[in-house]
Design a protein around this ligand. Structure first.
Ligand SMILES: [Zn+2]
Length: 234
């Protein structure tokens, strides 16, 4: 194997690996953002539940105040009943008292229902809070894992970069320049193997004469169709 060719093959291998690492590293912040978003949505749902419960409680308090007013009105009516002189007035007062009593018991019923609603809503909040805390922990763990993974990938990339540097230093300036140029125009792929007579970059067939030469791996050859550097792989 031609030494320069082997170096180019190694360089291409490293460049592809670095590209793969870059793609993985790029996805991690997006994944972290997604995790965060999921957590925020759940938090918002929890806050809505709390608001609904607060509204029920407010409604209940309002009814309780109404009940107090109605009860004291009823007590007043009962007191006034003692100083009534005529039968007609008495009947009218009794009527008013009955209506007030009905209103009081109606309010009492409504308040009981609201107390039940409030308790159910509070129970839901309790459950939701536990879930929120558990999910929050899980999200934090997953975020930490992603951050660790990012660190690990960055280290792997750094190791590859230093390996790449030492390989680049051993390749002639001219070849390296050409390699980089091909990579630029050929989607990051400058060195490809030839399989069954076909360039594995553009999948076009090589002329038999050229293929025979490439088979030796003893010099640098280029695919006549895509200009990539080609080598033979058993
Ligand atoms: Zn080709």
């Amino acid at each position: 194997m031609n030494v320069q060719l082997q170096l180019l093959i190694d360089l291409q291998h490293i460049d592809l690996k670095v590209h793969g690492l870059d793609e993985k590293m790029h996805k991690i912040p997006l994944r972290i953002e997604e995790l965060q978003k999921g957590g925020d949505i759940q938090k918002h749902e929890y806050e809505v539940k709390v608001e609904v419960t607060e509204d029920i409680e407010k409604g209940k308090r309002k009814k309780e105040l109404e009940l107090e007013t109605k009860e004291s009105g009823l007590a007043k009516l009962k007191n006034q009943l003692l100083s009534i002189k005529t039968n007609r007035e008495y009947q009218a007062f009794l009527h008013e008292i009955e209506a007030a009593k009905a209103a009081v018991s109606q309010l009492e019923e409504e308040i009981l229902l609201l107390i039940e609603d409030c308790e159910a809503a509070k129970e839901q909040i309790k459950k939701a809070r536990i879930e929120l805390e558990q999910n929050g922990k899980q999200i934090n763990n997953q975020k930490q894992e992603q951050e660790k993974e990012l660190e690990r990938l960055a280290q792997e990339k750094q190791a590859l970069e230093s390996k790449k540097k030492s390989i680049q230093q051993q390749i002639t300036q001219e070849l390296l320049k050409r390699y980089n140029k091909i990579r630029e125009y050929r989607d990051g792929l400058a060195v490809v193997s030839v399989k069954e007579g076909s360039c594995q970059g553009c999948f076009m067939s090589l002329m038999p004469q050229l293929f025979q030469e490439v088979r030796q791996n003893s010099d640098i050859y280029y695919c006549p169709h895509c200009n990539r550097i080609v080598y033979f792989k058993e």
